[in-house]
Design a protein around this ligand. Structure first.
Ligand code: FAD
Ligand code: FES
Length: 266
């Protein structure tokens, strides 16, 4: 169950020009699942009215403190970037449906595919998978090295399990991140053992879904982004087209943001 509360900014670190890692105190809050998110109030007054959804990038086991990794893209995230250590933030968390870890074991292999800041929920997932001793490979892609300026924490934690690709070749492999994924699937330990998890731009998700479905289907969970108003199922502002099932739409904020590939149109 989610709750609304106020937490103190414990740290707020710039990562390159566009990214920030924000850590907010949340003592005693329920443990979040990887893939869940928070709705943060970004202004002190009524403008902007709507909370901004950010994935939980990590949650400290002992203190419950929540970490967010975000890119400054507009009014809300610009206001957020002005927060200083000791400031108070109003947030609702944990929201939404996270990744299912069912069926994952040391005998399976998790393949995590992130485009840009889509790395946030997948990093949290990677941390929990490590605790369960599930072998994993994390594919991280961006257009250029500067788009991955946040990668330090992820690289330090994952070491050789991290594969980076940039479109201009300024970091890691040159090309789309789905290139090394395809190679891994062609040459790796066997598709039956693999489970796919992805978060990033729609074209990347579609290509991951295609790779998951050819030559023996691999279960795929995707974390979607949508513009949100309430964040907890009341306004229908976040719906996306369903794939099959009774309802034509699904609410990204409550039925997602994580969906199995067959549940939504990608
Ligand atoms: C469940 C969920 C988890 C998210 N997690 C993260 C995260 O961990 N880190 C992160 O940096 N961002 C994340 N986002 C996206 C983030 O919510 C938006 O970037 C943010 O709300 C933009 O607010 P703004 O006022 O700065 O930008 P605006 O001024 O509202 O918009 C600026 C630009 O960003 C685009 N944009 C705004 N909101 C969204 C959105 N929700 N989805 C896609 N594009 C959007 C707009 O189309 C516009 O081009 C997440 C979104 C969702 C729905
Ligand atoms: S944001 Fe209101 S229903 Fe999803």
């Amino acid at each position: 169950m989610f709750e609304q509360r106020r937490g103190l900014v414990l740290s707020h670190i710039p990562l390159g020009e566009e990214y920030r890692e924000l850590t907010v105190g949340a003592e005693g809050m329920a443990a979040a699942r990887p893939g869940q998110f928070a709705g943060l109030k970004v202004g002190k007054a009524l403008d902007p009215l709507l909370r901004r959804p950010l994935s939980i990038y990590h949650q400290d086991r002992g203190t419950g403190a929540l970490h967010f990794l975000y890119r400054v893209v507009g009014q809300g995230t610009r206001l957020l970037s002005g927060l200083k250590e000791g400031d108070e933030v109003d947030f609702i968390a944990p929201l939404g449906r996270g990744f299912s870890l069912e069926g994952l074991s040391p005998n399976t292999r998790a393949l995590l595919v992130a485009g840009g800041v889509g790395a946030a929920p997948l990093y949290f997932l990677a941390a929990r998978l490590r605790e369960k001793q599930v072998p994993l490979t994390f594919f991280l892609g961006g257009r250029r090295a500067a788009d991955l300026a946040f990668r330090g924490r992820i690289a330090a934690a994952l070491g050789e399990d991290l594969v980076i690709a940039t479109e201009d070749g300024s970091l890691g492999r040159q090309g789309l991140v789905t290139g090394p994924l395809q190679e891994f699937l062609d040459e790796g330990p066997g598709r039956e053992a693999c489970r796919l998890f992805a978060c990033g731009p729609a074209p990347m998700l579609r290509e991951v879904a295609r790779l998951a479905s050819v030559g023996g289907a691999i279960p795929l969970q995707v974390s979607l982004e949508a513009r949100m108003a309430c964040g907890f199922g009341a306004c229908l502002g976040c719906v996306c087209p369903a794939s099959g099932g009774d309802a034509p739409y699904r609410r990204v904020c409550t039925e997602g943001p994580v969906f199995f590939a067959g549940e939504v149109e990608l």
